[in-house]
Design a protein around this ligand. Structure first.
Ligand code: ZN
Length: 196
């Protein structure tokens, strides 16, 4: 990416990679939105993933983080990069029987200092669940971070939180979609290989 990572430079790179599209989209949920965000389209480029990881690590560098914990699948790649930049372990929690849990022999020590890292925070729900996994193991969650905050300020996370950039991407039911009402054709994201 670039040495000084600003919110604008992050969003510019997302647009260049086709990972942030603006227009009128039908999401897989069936809802419509004026924007489409797919972090994987940025993170597939290792140098971009590394730059995002370094930027999050520079935020967290003075906290004394001992381990990075991410929710699978979305948080794994960025969590690995943050761990690499901080020089600490990076582990992930994954869903089993509805709840997030540590598998594969991953564990946290009592009192171990954790940074929770995700790619995108929408409601904060999966970050909060991941924080709970760490606390249930007796670890101490120092902070949480993400590449993109798309919560529009609605997130509820009870530790200090930092995102590299924020975007507002409101969603609508087709019946109430103002873009439909204005006659703009709706597009399914990914139908053009993510390229605008
Ligand atoms: Zn619409």
């Amino acid at each position: 990416m670039m040495t000084a990572v600003t919110a604008d430079s992050v969003l510019d790179r997302f647009r260049e990679r086709g990972a942030l599209l603006e227009g009128h989209f039908r999401l897989t949920s069936g809802l419509h939105s004026s924007g489409y965000l797919q972090c994987a389209l940025v993170l597939q480029h290792p140098r971009d993933a590394e730059a995002c990881g370094k930027a999050i690590a520079s935020y967290a560098g003075t906290l004394g983080v001992q381990v990075v914990l991410s929710p699978a699948l979305g948080g794994i790649v960025i969590g690995q990069e943050v761990g690499r930049a901080l020089g600490v372990r990076a582990i992930f929690a994954e869903r089993q029987d509805g709840g997030l849990t540590l598998r594969r022999g991953f564990s946290l020590d009592r009192g171990e200092k954790v940074l929770v890292v995700e790619d995108v925070v929408t409601t904060g729900g999966s970050t909060t669940e991941t924080i709970d996994v760490a606390r249930a193991a007796g670890a101490e969650v120092l902070a949480a971070a993400a590449i993109i905050d798309r919560s529009g300020g609605e997130r509820r996370i009870d530790v200090p939180f930092h995102a590299l950039a924020s975007v507002a991407l409101p969603t609508y039911t087709p019946e109430t979609c103002p873009l439909c009402a204005s006659g703009l054709p709706v597009v399914k994201p990914g139908s053009r290989n993510g390229k605008p």
